[in-house]
Design a protein around this ligand. Structure first.
Ligand SMILES: *Cc1c(COP(=O)(O)O)cnc(C)c1O
Length: 347
């Protein structure tokens, strides 16, 4: 057993030391690592949304949604998000992390199989772990590999109580990958999912407000039945929180089963008020999205995320430090790949 100090030393030695940095968002550096893609965190209308909600409802919600924390603001935001996504309903979660570690274990369980893209976000990986479903990792965006794996017969496929099928298949992927910035081939993935009777869980953390004709994300408006969409409000929406969009049955199910929804204090009114104001702007001001895409195209990208592979963790740290001294603040993603160690990849 190593002591905490020994482990920390090892982290430092391997060049993987993480350290908090105090950031002044308005001065000194050009910030390339924020997900505030539409500039909404500082929009006066979004700030006013937060202030007005605070003045009306208070600084905190005081309890979980299922107890006494469910203000009409939450319901209003859910209605708006459902409209935005073209789904029957939506359910708010306190963050994208909460959504993924709550919804995935609620839906998938022992006897089910999850097919997970090898570059999926840590919150998706943790959701899979908590679910106790079998996890099979497929190569990033490699649908041929995924199909090979989907062909493996499921040992446990059987009907259990209530007409549910044990041995259900789930495919979990991000829409825009949070480190690589590439976009999931969703249409082909959905075809494959249909062929093998699988449900797709799509994490649109970086896609809502950015992709789609109406900014709704990568999923089409009125997404098909085998597609569950999760999005966040802390990125392009400039606020905080997350949601899962889908049918009324899905919402009722998550309200009753998703532990990270049930056992946590509801979002503070300020956050919900800010998100409501942000949603209105995202829907009514497509020119923000158009400007973002102009900027993306100018540098030849496919999404607002660009990766510059360097390879070596220490070197990455040195380069990012040098750039910071020059006033360029970039995101260092070395540790992201590390957390994927221990994945079982089937070749
Ligand atoms: C940021 C992110 C999350 C987590 O969302 P939070 O609201 O910040 O907790 C989940 N999934 C992906 C792909 C992300 O990029």
């Amino acid at each position: 057993m190593k002591t905490l100090e020994e482990e920390l030393k090892e982290i430092k030695k391997n060049g993987l030391w993480r350290q908090l940095r105090v950031v002044d968002p308005f001065h000194d550096v050009i910030n390339f690592c924020s997900n505030n893609y539409l500039g909404l965190t500082n929009d006066p209308r979004v700030i006013e949304g937060a202030i007005a909600a605070t003045q009306k409802y208070g600084a905190g919600s005081g309890a979980a949604r299922l107890i006494s924390g469910n203000f009409d603001l939450c319901e209003e935001l859910e209605l708006g998000l459902a409209k935005f996504k073209g789904t029957e309903t939506a359910l708010l979660f306190n963050s994208g992390y909460h959504a993924n570690i709550g919804a995935i274990p609620a839906l998938a369980g022992e006897g089910d199989v999850i097919f997970s893209d090898e570059l999926n976000h840590a919150s998706l990986i943790d959701g899979c772990r908590l679910s106790r479903a079998e996890k099979i990792v497929y190569r990033h965006h490699d649908l041929n590999h995924l199909e090979e794996l989907l062909k493996i017969p499921l040992p446990l496929r059987e009907r259990v109580a209530g007409g549910r099928v044990r041995g259900s298949r789930f495919i979990i992927t991000e829409a825009i990958f949070s480190m690589e910035g590439d976009v999931c081939p969703l249409a082909d993935l959905l075809k494959l999912a249909e062929k093998y009777d699988a449900i797709v869980y799509l994490d649109e953390a970086h896609a809502v407000g950015v992709l789609g004709e109406k900014g709704q994300g990568l999923a089409p408006l009125n997404p098909p039945e085998n597609l569950i969409c999760m999005g966040t409000l802390g990125k392009a929406f400039g606020s905080y929180g997350a949601f899962v969009a889908g049918s009324k049955t899905l919402k009722d199910y998550l309200i009753n089963k998703a532990r990270s929804f049930i056992f946590t204090t509801a979002l503070p009114p300020a956050t919900v008020g800010a998100s409501l104001a942000a949603l209105k702007i995202v829907r009514e001001e497509p020119e923000r999205r158009e400007q973002l895409w102009k900027n993306i195209k100018m540098v030849g990208g496919h999404s607002p995320i660009f990766s510059i592979p360097i390879g070596d963790a220490k070197r990455t740290m040195e380069i990012s430090q040098k750039l910071l001294e020059e006033g360029i603040f970039l995101c260092r993603a070395f540790a992201h790949r590390q957390c994927r160690k221990g994945h079982r990849v089937y070749d």
